[in-house]
Design a protein around this ligand. Sequence first.
Ligand code: NAI
Ligand code: MG
Length: 331
Amino acid sequence: MTLLPGDGIGPEVAEATVRAVEATGVAIRWERVELTGRIIEQCGEDVPPAVLESLSRTRVGLKGPVTTPVAGGFQSVNVALRKKLDLFANVRPVRRLPGLRTRFADTRIDLVIFRENTEDLYAGLEHEVVKDVVTSLKVITRAASERIARYTFEQARRSGRKKVTAVHKANIMKLGDGLFLRCCREVAAHYPEIQYNELIVDNAAMQLVLRPESFDVLLMPNLYGDIVSDLAAGLVGGLGVVPGANMGDDCAVFEAVHGSAPDIAGKGIANPTALMLSAALMLSHLGEAQAAARLQGAVERVYATGRCLTPDVGGTATTTEFTDAVVDALS
Ligand code: NAI
Ligand code: MG
């Protein structure tokens, strides 16, 4: 198991998560590999070789966030890692935790976002044509679109989900998003038991806020998936509580939706819930279903008591106090 604590709040939530996973009793040998801005600049590559070497061997990683400089500096290592390891599906289950008070306290929110994870505008192909004129290439291929659509429907079938909504802007990007949509429709036709519909992304954003309970599975290209993930996190209490998984055929890297949260890094108040729930997804993936359920259950019990919660979800506890409560709930 590769553990990439990352930077910002990464090391804080990673340590908390390791404690919680160990409290489940499952024996995991963590291989800690540093992945920070400093390391990336030192190695001069998109992804430090030690990170790729470890993940190619262990095939499973738990990852904290890594800061990416804005408007300049090195390319996002998070995006580069997904591409290098071909982690084509980004899966983010968005659920309201029991007892957590949010604006949607009376609404049942239980949806899963499937985001294509390797192309779209994240291809990072930008070019200054002449001074002050820049083009950013949006790459959409049949291969990647079909693959994410197939993966989504297959997972939806396995988990007994009822409806898949493809999100797009094919009214404007008729070719690119049009191709994505065509692939979704073709795949959907093989799953008659699953209801399929489509929404233009701006309308999808509004419907999510107005009627989050009407969504089940969301299927989207990379950029919309990124944006809609944070929006959906906002429906259930924020980025502190939403886990995720980057899935490939040969490798899987589990990480929260959130970034390195520089505004609270080092203060000891980061919420480790999102990474703990990501670790629960990881345990399931490793065939440790019981440990996964115990970890998930322990986190839910702490939320249900409403005590020992971190400030982002309305409490006053530190990262350590919350983690102590989860560890207690496990023992
Ligand atoms: P962010 O997700 O780091 O933070 C957004 C807001 O949510 C902040 O107010 C932050 O304090 C809060 N927040 C996030 N996670 C939290 C947690 N666990 N507990 C409590 N509060 C939490 O997004 P931002 O500020 O836009 O990005 C910061 C850096 O993170 C950027 O350099 C960005 O590139 C990077 N990033 C990295 C990702 C990754 O490693 N996969 C994903 C997203 C962003
Ligand atoms: Mg994001």
